[in-house]
Write a new protein. Structure first.
Length: 192
């Protein structure tokens, strides 16, 4: 099945806003894939499917996660906003037969990131932040950074997320911290 065929798959699973967002993320992922010489078809597929379970009821998401043999950690248990990425990665394998680990992981980690992300994982993570229709303080900076360096854009996104979550006393998932640390520790530094 091609990436565009998945539009018909996701349409009945989501409302107009979420569907339009998914199409926008897929389009943005293609732009970033072209810019960074990544697989355009995989970028579109992961982008269109990244929120496939976002509007499925929470109890069903938990069943999908459990059915995939995944045990939520303490932070995940208390953060239902993270469930759709985990349940989505299981759903695309079990219901759609997707076996490409890079697409599965791009869906799984599009909300938190993780250490040592693949190029596709970074693209979907950033496309979700920068797609057409996104409106938040700093989105224009994020879009500019995404055109120069995925890593710089990710650092900016983690700083934004950490500030937002910590100001509300919401736990930060370790994957986000590991992703941030990995990028910062492995970032190529310009010599003075």
């Amino acid at each position: 099945m091609s990436g565009t065929d998945y539009k018909a798959v996701i349409r009945p699973l989501m409302g107009d806003y979420r569907y339009e967002h998914s199409v926008n993320v897929a389009d943005e992922a293609v732009k970033l894939a072209k810019l960074y010489a990544a697989d355009v078809d995989k970028a579109y597929t992961a982008g269109i499917l990244h929120d496939i379970t976002k509007e499925i009821p929470k109890d069903e998401q938990l069943k999908i996660i459990a059915g995939g043999g995944i045990i939520l950690d303490d932070v995940q248990k208390n953060a239902p906003k993270l469930w759709h990425s985990i349940s989505g990665s299981v759903y695309v394998q079990s219901k759609l037969g997707i076996t490409d680990a890079d697409i599965i992981n791009a869906i799984r980690y599009h909300t938190t990131g993780r250490a040592n992300m693949s190029l596709l994982e970074k693209i979907i993570y950033i496309a979700d932040y920068t797609a057409k229709g996104r409106k938040y303080n700093g989105v224009d900076v994020m879009r500019e950074k995404s055109r120069v360096s995925l890593e710089d854009a990710m650092i900016f996104s983690f700083q934004y997320t950490f500030n937002n979550l910590s100001s509300k006393e919401i736990a930060i998932h370790p994957d986000e911290i590991f992703a941030y640390n990995y990028i910062v520790l492995n970032k190529e530094r310009k010599k003075p």
